[in-house]
Ligand binder design. Sequence first.
Ligand SMILES: Nc1ncnc2c1ncn2[C@@H]1O[C@H](COP(=O)(O)OP(=O)(O)OP(=O)(O)O)[C@@H](O)[C@H]1O
Ligand SMILES: Nc1nc2c(ncn2[C@@H]2O[C@@H]3COP(=O)(O)O[C@H]3[C@H]2O)c(=O)[nH]1
Ligand SMILES: Nc1nc2c(ncn2[C@@H]2O[C@@H]3COP(=O)(O)O[C@H]3[C@H]2O)c(=O)[nH]1
Length: 913
Amino acid sequence: MKIKHYPGKAVDASLSLDNDSAMGALYEANWLQAHHQHHRAPTQPTLSRQPSNAGSSSFLLDGISALSKYQMTLENIRRLEQQAQDKRIVSAIKELNGYRPSALQHHQQQQLDNGWVAEEETEAEEEQLGEKPKTDNAPTPTAANVNHYVVDPTERQRLPRPRQQLSVKPPSLRRSQTMLQHPPPSYVTLRAPKSKPAQHNSSNSSSAYSTFSSAAEDRQPERVICQQPLRLLQPPTEPPPPPPTAGSKAARAFKPLSRSQTSVQRYATIRMPNHSASFCRATARAAETPDIRRHSLEEALQGLQLEEQLPDAAAEPVVSRQPERHTSRHISPGASSNGSAKDLNGEGFCIPRPRLIVPVHTYARRRRTGNLKEQSANAQEEDVTSDGRVEVSREGKYLSTLSGAKVLGELAILYNCQRTATITAITECNLWAIERQCFQTIMMRTGLIRQAEYTDFLKSVPIFKDLAEDTLIKISDVLEETHYQRGDYIVRQGARGDTFFIISKGKVRVTIKQQDTQEEKFIRMLGKGDFFGEKALQGDDLRTANIICESPEGVSCLVIDRETFNQLISSLDEIKHRYDDEGAMERRKINEEFRDINLTDLRVIATLGVGGFGRVELVQVNGDNSRSFALKQMKKSQIVETRQQQHIMSEKEIMGEANCQFIVKLFKTFKDKKYLYMLMESCLGGELWTILRDKGNFDDATTRFYTACVVEAFDYLHSRNIIYRDLKPENLLLDEKGYVKLVDFGFAKKLQTGRKTWTFCGTPEYVAPEVILNRGHDISADYWSLGVLMFELLTGTPPFTGSDPMRTYNIILKGIDAIEFPRNITRNASNLIKKLCRDNPAERLGYQRGGISEIQKHKWFDGFYWWGLQNRSLEPPIKPSVKSVVDTANFDEYPPDPEGPPPDDVSGWDKDF
Ligand SMILES: Nc1ncnc2c1ncn2[C@@H]1O[C@H](COP(=O)(O)OP(=O)(O)OP(=O)(O)O)[C@@H](O)[C@H]1O
Ligand SMILES: Nc1nc2c(ncn2[C@@H]2O[C@@H]3COP(=O)(O)O[C@H]3[C@H]2O)c(=O)[nH]1
Ligand SMILES: Nc1nc2c(ncn2[C@@H]2O[C@@H]3COP(=O)(O)O[C@H]3[C@H]2O)c(=O)[nH]1
């Protein structure tokens, strides 16, 4: 069998089963690269093979080789486990290295117990989010910090503009600050090696050993089984540490990682109480795909021989006394790697195999996906006499003690490199040896067989049918198969999710918890070839529905990790939209209408407004005079200068998807060298601010109507965890009927559930105290601004107004109780304002248990016809005069842009706009 592309780090070469030299060159090249990257020493002179005619360059990996990473990971994790007092560092390191820290197990437990519980915010997480600035630099309302509040150059020229808009600090700066404060763990920094004299010279070994018992508890004279080459050893800098004895403090310090940290627990979001017991694909699929059985692992081994070896007779392997039993034992999925019962109970060390080439990767996968129960049982069953113990050391330093059915010595074979560690027998051990050729062949054949099966299956799945063969191979290489029993929750709504699933067998039920009743509503059934789990990966990590195993005979899923999903799958249209809710589908249909409209099809009628980055023009599509649109034109250079790229992308995304009649719709975006454009629905009633300016203030009923429109818009946004952050009358536009809509989503942001954000943005008069104090804010900041809006609409001036932003912040921090309420604010209105403008975000109305409905139920809204507002049957208090679709009478007049066209920006940051 030939493959073209090797998954993982994609090596482009032809690999043939019988082409030994290609295989050797592949391993060799990997090792060379590893060596080059990490040891920076001259090329290993003792490599057994020279680059073959297969061409070593084509085998080289980008960056660090998997082997190097693997070794360093292994050893550093251990070292850090011993050293680090701070558990957070340990778990961060593990996570960086692909392990799942116990925190996730904790999460999973929480999910099992009670749905899910919001994770405690940590600095490290915020760092990842790239939002939280260094606390030292947190803005406080003192003059010294003025430069944190960069006055937005977008401030309009029109008078009387009472306020300025805030701009944000450069995100990159914030990030580096955070990193300064919390430097990343030094997991790549190896400590100075301590060495002890090697007992034996070593060589490139040609066999891998599986240790398993031979009775004796008595400590035998130590014998080296495989040894790391002497050349690598450094002169001792300090006396070697004594080998830890069982139960000693040192031995406890070496407490190895548990398997659970590397395998099933990675699906922290998935509740899998009753996994079916088998991960042996050959078995699991036997019933369904008889042809696959032909390629069972046993078959892959035909003609291969295992040898049993005593450590002191390493040079002369003894032929196994029980070859049949050994054969099945060694290759069974449960025992294919370090699958001892001890391991599985969290006491053994679990070697993460490098994801490099098919055989290696496949080898790893089996273990990572392994079903705990069954592997444990298998290992116990087969590990008849598992008392033999070996010690692993590297450069004279003790690493671990292995016992039971462990595989060792595979690295030198897989990578054709010298032994990477020294293995010494510390009790009498019997080892089974497999020769290089045999071992490689097993790994390769089983890997290829497995890969071919998965690729075939993927080809039959409709969403993948158009994917290139090499992409399918890559996907199939990282797939892990999991099995569930009837009634299992494969995915639980509200849990955190990190994986994408394709059903390979059986049926699942999709349900969604109803907000009001908490009952689970049936949504649909999914079967073989269907997928699920994409939403959590696209959104804020949280599962949006329950997926329950329905088939009596269980369900099998192929599981794909987030990284692969993002790289290879997430862009598929079908993935993006298959399970859209009704609103999203309707919205997509609307946007579809504008698919064929180009910038050149638009004709400018007049200017509607001037924003921070340019003008908003009233436009019509050539040949269609029945409708008009607002085209927001933004100077790219200015966006970059003020570092608002991220905000603009977010604005596009949120407005483009929102399907709410209280939010201005964005239909299409365009870009050219100088500008970004947003084609929106036009609201010809003008800004609420203009009306307020002309009228001075509104009465209670008028204010109630506009406030209610905003409540509806917030209800829509907040239920999707979107924070708006820029409420003010300028951003409320009236449509021709007099209903207001929220516009300008430049500061809107989708938050992760339970998370806060730290970006300092908004308009000074409207920002909440926690924003000023840089304590992190969330949707509750919008409720604060709602109170401010009510006050401004009722009085014509916002409650917190200073002569400059710093004074305004000081006033805000004194709180709403320090503000005198004019008489025209009714008691109910002032009560609601005060309840919205609570200093403590958690106490604000709308943010508590009853959600936004608490605002709707407030006395001030007594008798308000919410349903009429929602179905637009309610008569608005002010009916704007809009004579035609091109009537701009409700807008001020704007002179042409005095600055002229901006410079070109073709840097490409806006490619997704
Ligand atoms: N859809 C629309 N229909 C009618 N007028 C609009 C529309 N969108 C924007 N405008 C007008 O253009 C002005 C500026 O628009 P917008 O606030 O979106 O731009 P911006 O660059 O984000 O401005 P800001 O400086 O307020 O952040 C608005 O205040 C409004 O007068
Ligand atoms: N490098 C390294 N090898 C280990 C470790 N634990 C067990 N081993 C095994 O020790 C073996 C030494 O020979 P190999 O390099 O062939 O393969 C190595 C692994 O199988 C470890 O922590 N580091
Ligand atoms: N939200 C939602 N999810 C669905 C629906 N139908 C199937 N699903 C799947 O259910 C999955 C639950 O986990 P995710 O939210 O990650 O991804 C979700 C979708 O893949 C549906 O109608 N709504």
